[in-house]
Design a protein around this ligand. Structure first.
Ligand code: EPU
Length: 341
């Protein structure tokens, strides 16, 4: 365990914001949780993975615990699948590359998602037709108040569209230490190309029977084309969730906007791409001081280099207001806002 005071925050969030962290605790040994517990009970802290889904609004006076636990291990090997234990501090995309190297399937559509594995269940990461929910077996998490490590099966985690019990009703109670994934073995892979862009890209390459590596390559290409690389331009991926509205609301929306794109969620509910709503309000590629929206994907707010957290937050408020007043739809932030309290 390493403890540092007054640390520049830039390296700890993919927005590249230089807010100061008053105390940074780097947890690299599970055993240290027992020593850390009394401190965490007294000082509620922010738990940090890769910093790819947070907006640090100000200099932080609450301690930050960076989870650096490492290790990837096959814990069960059956004829058709494996169970893989992954410690929370492992980088997500490196895990995907490792799984492809072993020819284990299930993570290929989730290629190139920034962040660390412990954060994956928090918002049930998802992309290109797959969510963590589809491959997650168990989450191991340390209950800070009780000082116990507990295990939760997939169904107990309350996983939904960019949400989980860890993010909602259990907020702040747990530190995720390890996840266990159920991955397929060769001959049992389930290739998912249902997301239009993947199908189109594979057809363009003349690939008719894609392998899991082909799917991963195509997903990486699409992401690189559409989404800004946080190493080059600070961002935290989609800033808002795609809103879910009732079918009758869609009918009203279509009266004024015939071309509104939508996806069916169930018989009563419809998902509208937030990118489209924001785009229609004229925000695409807009530069506002040091911040703005990305030129290819307006759902992604960016730091052009000099932005502060408060500036990005203010822009997100402005976007919310303009979408609400034009379409009557309330956008919900996907990114977690860390502010002084
Ligand atoms: N669109 C526009 N204008 C644009 C871009 C997109 O109108 O400039 C509309 C189009 O109708 C397009 C639709 O938005 O078809 C959807 O866009 P896209 O395929 O880029 O996906 P998204 O719904 O904006 C979601 C996830 C992404 C994930 C992609 C691919 C959320 C909040 N975001 O984005 O996740 O990579 O689908 O599956 O669900 C993230 O969570 O950080 C993230 C990047």
């Amino acid at each position: 365990m390493i403890i540092q005071n007054n640390v520049p925050g830039k390296a700890y969030n993919t927005f590249g914001l230089n807010s100061q962290l008053s105390k940074l605790i780097v947890l690299d040994d599970r055993k240290d949780l027992a020593y850390l517990r009394p401190y965490l009970q007294e000082h509620p802290s922010w738990i940090l993975g890769g910093g790819s889904n947070i907006l640090i609004e100000d200099n932080l006076n609450k301690p930050v615990v960076r989870v650096n636990l490492k290790g990837i291990q096959v814990i069960k090997d059956n004829e058709d699948h494996v169970l893989v234990s992954v410690m929370a501090g492992e980088n997500w995309h490196e895990l995907v590359l490792w799984s492809l190297g072993q020819d284990y399937g299930g993570l290929e559509n989730l290629s190139l998602i920034p962040g660390r594995c412990g954060a994956a269940p928090m918002q049930n990461i998802g992309a290109y037709g797959i969510e963590l929910k589809d491959v997650l077996h168990t989450v191991h998490a340390y209950h800070i108040e009780q000082g116990l490590e507990l295990s939760f099966h997939n169904q107990e985690c309350g996983l939904g569209y960019r949400t989980s019990n860890f993010k909602t009703k259990w907020k702040g109670q747990y530190l995720i230490t390890e996840i266990v994934l159920r991955l397929t073995k060769i001959g049992h892979h389930v290739i998912n190309t249902s997301y239009g862009a993947i199908e189109k890209e594979l057809a363009h390459k003349g690939i008719t029977e894609p392998t899991i590596k082909d799917v991963s390559n195509v997903v990486c290409e699409i992401r690189k084309r559409k989404l800004p690389d946080p190493e080059i331009i600070g961002n935290a991926g989609s800033f808002f969730k795609n809103p879910i509205i009732e079918r009758k609301q869609l009918v009203a929306l279509q009266e004024k906007n015939k071309e509104v794109p939508f996806y069916e969620v169930d018989s009563d509910n419809i998902k509208i791409p937030a990118a489209w709503l924001i785009d229609q309000c004229g925000w695409k590629g807009k530069v506002v001081g040091g911040t703005g929206t990305h030129k290819n994907q307006p759902l992604v707010l960016v730091n052009h280099g000099t932005a502060t957290g408060s500036e990005i937050y203010a822009l997100s408020e402005e976007i919310k207001v303009s979408v609400a007043s034009r379409f009557g739809i309330e956008l919900e932030r996907e990114v977690n806002v860390w502010s002084k309290q």
